[in-house]
Design a protein around this ligand. Structure first.
Ligand code: SAM
Length: 276
């Protein structure tokens, strides 16, 4: 297809490539990739032959995206088929690509995305944790203070939280999750779709004991909320809704306490938050 196509690639198992992904890569004029060498190898393994160097492989990453954007837009205006891939999984999901997609849309070029693997979704679907509401946080900041702030804010939501982390930092992340989410059930999915694929579940503290030391391989963390935490989040929302609708504090206390059994002090604090 002319225009920009976002093309996921396997997370680790080559058999996960789809027929459409293969055809798209085969018919591309230009493939934008994070690393031309690894994508070149992937094309070889998929038996996609480049005739006279076509598809062209253009590196596209955070450090060269501004300069690349001009030539990519020129190629799109010449009617070229430009395909965006990343090293593994779906481009733009904790991977480069957002700006080229935004620019192509802004300039009115056709943009489509093929369906394909996202590590967070693979882990979520196998986790057995609630998947009706999801908060994808990707990589949290490496600095502990900032990471904890983001975890505290994620805890405010009733949604199941999805995180990416490098194996080197996974233990530190799980320690922080243990402090903040306490008894909440979590699942760590490691090396998904690969030979040593494994899942570890329990509280963060339990998972820390089950994981090999050092942790090797790529990991996704899925955090659920205990029903008590979910009730707290819902109760707070109801307090805010009732207060904004002009219901008096006494009636709010009686309705919310009857429904959720939360303390008067919590309700007082949530009402105070609205004043600040
Ligand atoms: N775009 C990718 C996707 O669609 O999932 C994510 C790229 S991000 C730079 C890399 C992170 O994704 C890893 O650090 C890890 O947290 C997660 N990841 C990627 N592949 C994985 C796998 N096979 N098993 C577990 N986690 C994986």
């Amino acid at each position: 297809m002319k225009g920009l196509t976002i093309c996921p690639t396997p997370l680790g198992n080559l058999s996960d490539i789809s027929k459409r992904q293969l055809e798209t890569l085969q018919n591309a004029d230009i493939i934008l990739c994070e690393d031309t060498r690894s994508t070149g190898k992937l094309l070889e393994r998929l038996e996609i032959r480049r005739i006279d160097g076509v598809p062209l492989l253009w590196s596209y990453h955070d450090h060269n995206e501004s300069q690349r954007l001009v030539s990519i837009m020129e190629s799109l205006s010449e009617g070229k088929k430009v395909v965006l891939v990343s090293d593994a999984g779906t481009p733009t999901i904790s991977d480069p690509g957002f700006r080229v997609v935004a620019q192509a849309r802004l300039e009115g070029f056709p943009v489509v995305a093929l369906p394909g693997p996202v590590a967070a979704m693979v882990a979520l679907s196998a986790s057995g944790l609630p998947s009706d509401r999801v908060l994808f946080e990707g990589f949290l900041p490496a600095k502990r203070g900032e990471r904890k702030k983001r975890l505290l804010s994620a805890k405010e939501s009733a949604a199941t939280v999805l995180l990416y982390e490098s194996p080197k930092r996974l233990r530190a992340l799980l320690e922080d999750i243990g402090e903040i989410f306490e008894e909440s059930p979590i699942v760590v999915g490691r090396e998904l779709t690969k030979k040593f694929e494994s899942y570890y579940s329990g509280t963060a503290k339990e998972v820390l004991l089950k994981l090999p030391d050092p942790v090797k391989g790529e990991c996704v963390v899925v955090i659920s909320k205990t029903s008590k935490q979910v009730d707290h989040v819902d109760a707070k929302k109801l307090v805010h809704q009732l207060a904004k609708a002009g219901v008096n504090p006494k009636s709010i206390r009686s309705v919310v306490r009857e429904h959720y059994g939360v303390s008067k002090k919590d309700i007082f604090n949530w009402l105070e938050e609205l004043k600040s």
